[in-house]
Design a binder for this molecule. Structure first.
Ligand SMILES: Cc1ncc(COP(=O)(O)O)c(C=O)c1O
Length: 285
């Protein structure tokens, strides 16, 4: 494969030369926003939804993106075309930009970065057989501290939970909110199925409103599966008939155990499979 060409502020650089300043507040403070987006069949999947969320995240952190949403969309498409990507993953990043060593963002000039590459989050056998997760002791960020709806460059909350998952021999961790309810996993949204009803926490649980989550809700409704956005506890995960995660990188993956309790039959369930197939068909349209 040829070397990826990375977009930085309107110019393209070969991967080894794609660099930004060490004074960038994205590096110094995790100050910035991003999106992770899939390319299927040379098309940017749910492009508008990702652009909308990026600009909402930027607004929430009071970061003015130096491109209009349409200019940003074109820059993403041009970078995908330049990299001849049929199937891949886009990392779209807007940092606060280089400034002084203090927190004050006023002297910063944002950097816009578009990387088009590949991603494989979990090994293929986990997509076949499902994966175990554990509950993390790390509480998901309180919405009044740093809203999980902001897809910011500050992912320490999630990384701390991911470290616990890895220590426990898993690749994902369930994160609860400050009320002890289920929020989401470190890089994915979570769904359960109980008596044929698909349930997932609402945004008030303190989650990132996943683009894939919304696609799966849409697909379920099309398939006449009842969907409820409700508060869930760990009991709902343990006692579920089926459980799965969604994310741009993860796509749709079954969860077959949580904290050592097997979920349902301990294998990917029929509704999970049905939704995964519907998702795959949609991405190949
Ligand atoms: C914390 C978190 N939740 C959920 C998701 C899933 O969101 P999406 O489907 O938009 O990729 C992600 C991935 O971006 C994430 O990082």
């Amino acid at each position: 494969m040829s070397v990826p060409k990375v977009y930085i502020n309107g110019k393209y650089y070969d991967k080894p030369d794609a660099k930004v300043s060490v004074y960038d507040h994205g590096l110094l403070y995790g100050d910035g926003v991003f999106e992770g987006i899939r390319v299927y069949n040379s098309k940017v999947f749910r492009h508008q939804e990702h652009i909308d969320r990026l600009y909402e995240s930027a607004k929430a952190i009071d970061l003015k993106i130096p491109l209009t949403p349409d200019e940003m969309k074109k820059a993403v498409e041009d970078t995908v075309t330049l990299n001849h990507k049929k199937e891949g993953y886009i990392r779209l990043v807007v940092t606060r930009g280089p400034g002084t060593l203090g927190l004050d963002p006023r002297r910063c000039d944002p950097n816009v970065i578009i990387i088009v590459d590949d991603i494989s989050l979990y090994p293929p056998e986990l997509y076949e057989n499902g994966m175990p997760i554990v509950t993390s002791s790390i509480i998901r960020n309180h919405p009044n501290a740093l809203s999980p709806r902001i897809k910011s460059l500050n992912y320490l909350n999630n990384i701390l939970a991911k470290i616990e998952a890895i220590r426990a021999g898993c690749l994902e961790a369930l994160m609860l909110n400050a009320n002890g309810e289920v929020a989401e996993c470190t890089g994915d949204n979570i769904f359960v199925i109980k008596h044929g009803v698909l349930k997932t926490p609402g945004t008030e649980a303190g989650i990132l409103e996943g683009v894939t989550r919304n696609v799966v809700i849409e697909l379920a409704k099309r398939l006449k599966i009842e969907v409820k956005e409700v508060a869930l506890t760990r009991h709902d995960i343990y006692a579920a008939d089926e459980c799965f995660l969604t994310g741009s990188a993860a796509e749709v993956i079954a969860v077959t155990a949580c904290d050592g309790r097997s979920i349902g039959t301990g294998k990917p369930g029929p509704i999970t499979k049905q939704l995964r197939e519907a998702f795959q068909a949609l991405t190949r349209e």
